[in-house]
Design a protein around this ligand. Structure first.
Ligand code: HEC
Length: 124
């Protein structure tokens, strides 16, 4: 009987530990974007960020279908505010990594603008 209790205790500790590790991983995932203090920075609006979006809508536009999209996934469009809200965090990640736009990285200012917008309420 006591052996069973030890086994149960061991199982519970292992489970708790595994949960803890899993949570840490999630936290690390969220921390991938550079930190922004939304109280002190000026947050740009979607409508003020042509410097960013102009570099995307050559492919990621609801106006385009088929080959005109140049293989840009259908879910990701930036030609309207509503479309740009699909996944702002993923958007920042691929831009900061330099993966998008494929034609050449955005300027440091444009990257920063996008990061602030995505993390500070994505204003229209
Ligand atoms: C020349 C065409 C083109 C331009 C310009 C372009 N993209 Fe893309 N985008 C693609 C293609 C093709 C894919 C799918 C292949 C890939 O993920 O690499 C893609 C994928 C993506 C994805 C999904 C990535 C994923 O794997 O989840 C995001 C987000 C994205 N682009 C954002 C942007 C943003 C933001 C801009 C502008 C700053 C931009 N793209 C400019 C062609 C383009």
């Amino acid at each position: 009987m006591s052996r069973f209790k030890y086994l149960l205790l061991f199982t519970m500790i292992s489970f708790t530990f595994a949960m803890g590790v899993a949570c840490d991983e999630n936290e690390d995932g969220d921390e991938e974007l550079p930190a922004v203090d939304c109280e002190t920075v000026e947050v740009p609006r979607y409508s003020e960020m042509a410097e960013v979006w102009n570099n995307c809508v050559g492919c990621h536009s609801s106006m385009f279908s088929g080959s005109a999209r140049q293989d840009a996934p259908a879910e990701f469009d930036y030609d309207s505010y509503e479309a740009a809200l699909f996944d702002p965090v993923e958007t920042v990640e691929v831009v900061l990594e330099g993966e998008m736009p494929p034609t050449g990285e955005l300027s440091a200012e444009a990257k920063e603008m996008l990061n602030v917008w995505a993390q500070c309420g994505t204003p229209e």
